[in-house]
Design a protein around this ligand. Structure first.
Ligand code: TYM
Length: 334
């Protein structure tokens, strides 16, 4: 890795199969940034414990996720790929940052409130301090940019606050990181029924995974929610229709997108045709990634080797930061 490049950090939880939201919100940017920045991408396995206490599938899920990330564009020769649990410096920084994070702000976090609603029987302290651990992930490499989807924006904002508080109190150790996307705004991919964001563990028929077979992709897209079509020219699109147009914009050609936009604006759109086109273009996009990921999964030793090399590089960077942090805090007695 060259010296003096700005630092990029991002992560993903090993809680399910990679889907279009993960790809267009995160991985697509990661794959481009690896050629321009000093990039660290990691599997957030500790974070997954806040919602998935059962660890019996963790190894399998982590290996599969790494395969999918590489199939989707990461080059282990160009970026550092590692597992969070291989970096013991992270929890030490998490401890320090916890002293700078207030209960009130943690309780107000949107993701915390959502999860507390989804799992009222398990509102654990890890869930409450999830954004603090995420801040430690980012700050341990003194990252400048964090490529994420829209749903992570608040967490990055909190990281900025924690970093500023630390710098203010103990000295300028951390750059203040920014959420990043090459697109104008951070991306949000909607679920196929338009009822919220596409997500790893819920609503399987409303989520398109990079591992989905061609026929399943077609089936999911053909049953995506639509309606009778607009009755007035240039109407505002309902969210579930906008979601389909967004996907079309991501996997189809600009001409195809423009054609369906025109039909919509002139009230003669045929959603059946649009979905057929979308399914065709989606399959063309997904099937090579699916094939490559499957091949990589046949060689777990290679994946483990990538994680071992990544862990070594990431630990070096983490240890250097932690040394500065300890010095700033005054924890250096001998
Ligand atoms: P996770 O595992 O939920 O998602 C990984 C990445 O995918 C993006 N994403 C989406 N983007 C657009 N539309 C969607 N429907 C969609 N669904 C997911 C997410 O924004 C994310 O970029 N807390 C993080 C993991 C994490 C992390 C970090 C990220 C832990 N530490 C440090 C960045 C930096 C999470 O749960 O992502």
């Amino acid at each position: 890795m060259e010296k003096n490049k700005e630092i990029v950090l991002s992560g993903i939880r090993p809680t399910g199969f990679l889907h279009l939201g993960n790809y267009f919100g995160a991985l697509k940017n990661w794959s481009r940034m690896q050629y321009e920045y000093d990039c660290y991408f990691f599997i957030a396995d500790w974070h997954s414990l806040t919602t998935h206490a059962d660890t019996s599938e963790l190894r399998l899920n982590t290996r599969r996720l790494v395969s999918e990330l590489i199939a989707g564009g990461l080059d282990p020769g160009k970026c550092t790929i590692y597992a969070q649990s291989d970096i013991p410096e992270i929890p030490e920084l998490y401890l320090y940052l916890n002293m700078l994070a207030y209960k009130g702000e943690l309780e107000k976090t949107v993701t915390f409130k959502d999860k507390a609603r989804q799992q009222p029987e398990n509102i654990n302290a890890g869930l409450l301090t999830y954004p603090v651990l995420q801040a430690a992930d980012i700050l341990i490499h003194r990252a400048h940019y964090v490529p994420v989807g829209k749903d992570q924006e608040q967490h990055i904002e909190m990281t900025r606050n924690f970093a500023e508080r630390f710098n203010h109190r103990y000295g300028e150790i951390f750059p203040i990181p920014r959420a990043f996307s090459y697109s104008k705004d951070l991306v949000k991919i909607l679920s196929l029924d338009g009822s919220g964001k596409m997500s790893k563990s819920e609503q399987q028929m409303n989520t398109i995974y990079l591992s989905d077979e061609d026929a399943l992709i077609t089936r999911k897209i053909m049953k995506a929610k639509t309606d009778q079509g607009p009755t007035a020219p240039n109407s505002k699109k309902p969210e579930y229709i906008q979601g389909l147009f967004t996907l079309l914009g991501l996997v189809s050609s600009p001409e195809i997108l423009a054609g369906f936009e025109y039909d919509f604006n002139h009230c003669h759109i045929r959603y059946g045709d649009m979905k057929k086109q979308l399914a065709e273009d989606m399959i063309r996009f997904i099937s090579p990634i699916r094939g490559k990921a499957a091949a990589l999964q046949n060689d777990p030793a290679q994946i483990d080797e990538i994680l071992a090399i990544g862990a070594e590089k990431a630990r070096k960077s983490a240890a250097a930061t932690l040394l500065e942090v300890r010095k700033a805090l005054g924890f250096k007695y001998h």
